[in-house]
Design a protein around this ligand. Structure first.
Ligand code: ADP
Ligand code: MG
Length: 265
């Protein structure tokens, strides 16, 4: 299948995007168009390629085949307008920096490494920390914080970047309820601000209730559309069949399909 860029460029277009590690394909010919201001949940089992896709969208991994367009331009033109919050396990939290240092990193794309942050940068950093409820922690090293607090630091860094597109890799995993609520509130603020958001999650209920689009992924695209269109039992089986007997898959399928007999053990 070959897609073309719409006349009014979508904010994010993927055309046949294929990404491999050492010849092993992790993301296989994904073609989707994500409109300006959409909020998309990316759902799929472990190893489905969610993190790989995010990394490619910020240029951290090369695309072997296919193309990524942002605002109708090839990836690279608008790199700084995409903010990325990595999965918690992928961050080295021992890195000796304070909370406000990390949040200021969100501004580097704007002022470069050689210029000092100015008043505007500092004001935006402070405002971002206040919005995420971490201003009181600003002089603390990030390694000392709880998982939820660390997540908020990364959310504040992403906000300070003033992105058009925000990618969050499993922001609801391994954090406390109040950080989950802060994250959901942020999603709703971003919606009002017209920021396009992609969030990977294992939580199908959350994907269905909080997002207007869902990408169901298992190396290949299983389905893309509204939660109603995507979350059919057939699609879920296609995505999760290999993992039905582990806890994650069982919980997911039980909740979503009411299919509780088969997986109650
Ligand atoms: P997800 O985030 O959906 O759990 P990933 O994108 O992390 O999935 O991984 C997709 C596939 O790519 C998996 O098979 C994984 O083992 C493989 N993979 C991920 N990172 C690397 C890497 N750095 N080197 C080699 N293979 C990798
Ligand atoms: Mg991942």
């Amino acid at each position: 299948m070959s897609t073309t860029i719409a006349e009014t460029p979508a904010r994010l277009d993927l055309e046949e995007v294929t990404i491999s590690y050492n010849g092993k394909t992790a993301v296989d010919h994904i073609s989707i168009q994500i409109a300006h201001g959409d909020q998309v949940a990316i759902v799929g089992p472990n190893g489905a390629g969610k993190s790989t896709l995010f990394k490619a969208l910020v240029g951290l991994l090369p695309v072997q085949h296919g193309k990524i367009f942002i605002h109708g331009q090839p990836l690279g033109h608008h790199q700084d307008c995409v903010a990325y919050i990595p999965q918690r396990e992928e961050v080295d939290w021992r890195f000796p920096v304070t909370v406000s240092d990390v949040v200021m990193m969100g501004r580097y794309g704007k002022f470069g490494w050689l210029r000092q942050p100015d008043k505007t940068d500092k004001a935006i950093v402070l405002q971002s920390m206040e919005q995420m409820g971490i201003a009181a922690l600003r002089t603390r090293p990030i390694g000392e914080l709880s998982g939820g607090q660390q997540q908020r630091v990364f959310l504040a860094r992403a906000l300070a970047q003033e992105p058009h597109i925000l990618l969050m890799d499993e922001p609801f995993t391994g954090v406390d309820v109040s950080t989950q609520e802060t994250t959901l509130r942020l999603l709703s603020d971003l919606k009002s601000a017209g920021v396009t958001v992609l969030v990977s999650t294992h939580d199908l209920n959350m994907a269905a209730s909080e997002f207007n689009q869902v990408l169901l992924l298992n190396r290949k695209m299983i389905a893309f559309g509204s939660p109603q269109e995507v979350f059919t039992s057939q699609n879920l089986k296609a995505a999760f069949s290999g993992q039905l007997l582990n806890l994650e898959g069982a919980v997911v399928v039980d909740q979503c399909c009411g299919n509780d007999e088969e997986h109650s053990h």
